[in-house]
Design a protein around this ligand. Sequence first.
Ligand SMILES: Cc1cc2nc3c(=O)[nH]c(=O)nc-3n(C[C@H](O)[C@H](O)[C@H](O)COP(=O)(O)OP(=O)(O)OC[C@H]3O[C@@H](n4cnc5c(N)ncnc54)[C@H](O)[C@@H]3O)c2cc1C
Length: 406
Amino acid sequence: MENFKYIILGAGPAGLTFANRLLALGETSFLVLEKDQEAGGLCKSKVVDGSPLDIGGGHFLEVKNRKALAFIFQFMPKAEWRQYHRVSTIRLDKSEIDYPFESNIWQFSIRNQLRYLYSILTAGSVFGKPKPENFKDWIIWKFGNQIARDYMIPYNEKVWSVNLKTMGTYWLNKLPKSSSKEIVLSYLQKKSKVAIPAHALFYYPKNFGFGEVWKRMAKKLGNKIRYNEPIESIHVHNKIINGKYHGSFIITTIPWRVVNFLPSIPDDIYQAIDSLQYSSIRVSYYPEQIQTHAQWTYVPNKSVSYHRCLYRSNFCTNARGYWTETNKKRAELHSTRHQPFWINTFAYPLNTIKKLEATKMILTYFSNKQIFGLGRWGEWEHMNSDIAVTKAIEMANAMDKKYHLL
Ligand SMILES: Cc1cc2nc3c(=O)[nH]c(=O)nc-3n(C[C@H](O)[C@H](O)[C@H](O)COP(=O)(O)OP(=O)(O)OC[C@H]3O[C@@H](n4cnc5c(N)ncnc54)[C@H](O)[C@@H]3O)c2cc1C
């Protein structure tokens, strides 16, 4: 049995940050266990057709927390990143307009301008109707029938591949609120007056894929990461992993449902873990060069399998070609004649109506046993890498402060 103060499960951004922060605080009794042969999790990149490709899907860096940004720049200095203003588009049948939809309605044909303006200006949210509790009704309430039918519902059904009525609305609170006044102003001035929800200004590495920064974080940890070590079991009472590693504290960034808990855990906790849903994404590469000013395009049309297309020459130095992101269930329905492709089984945690209740139960039960959930899967939260980094720094600081003398 090998003994450590901390055992960290998973070497994605959350696990790597937690471990590196411990190291910076002077803590050396820890081990990171990773099932893959390399680190980076969903943020990994590979060189494909001569240039980097993000095999977990398009990843762009936008960091609100200054400490998290400084932490990331320690591994990959600012000079190695290039900043871009986001240019993304929405392809709707024969039109392609800029994102976000509601502030670029003026780019459609006159007929569609009328339909979509009417839709958004007669939406339930404009008239103060109560906010619905499921995502599908929320879309109609927020954008009106026509925009819901042509864009938001088919697009979201493509991404999540579940009945949108099973998804909640609590996660939408963080989106910037656009008023009907801003939408009308954007329309009249033919210029978006609505805040872009994410990545309005983002960083992407000048000479590498997004995976490079995590590779460097992993390198700093040296032999404190064990690769090809899938976690199969956690003994919850004595905190033994796979029957051979013991930790006083376990930090888990891996999906709860892939682990066998020994000797057993209460039925309601099993049920809560079982209720956590996720969706899987296939990323496919195509070498053709598409002429566009966009970095990526959203595609709600259901006759096309993918929901997003990324033109890497618009953010990646000297690159050509593009890649697509397709929900795995839909990818299976469509041909896979285009190669190469990568499957990310755990890509998106789903924001189902009961998720908050379930995660609260799970995290409370396990934290009482000194097993702590962190990151996208440990917290089952649809968080970007900057949030995973921020939370990991905060957790490492707090634990080091509390248990330093242990
Ligand atoms: C399509 C897509 C686009 C995204 N775009 C962006 C973006 O533009 N910007 C951004 O900042 N973020 C983006 N994200 C989110 C980003 O990928 C996550 O925030 C980040 O990867 C979370 O890090 P994590 O360490 O919590 O989880 P992960 O990256 O999923 O890491 C978990 C790690 O655990 C390992 N693991 C899993 N099971 C086991 C096991 N049984 N045993 C041992 N190890 C295991 C995995 O191999 C992995 O290394 C995107 C995500 C997706 C899917």
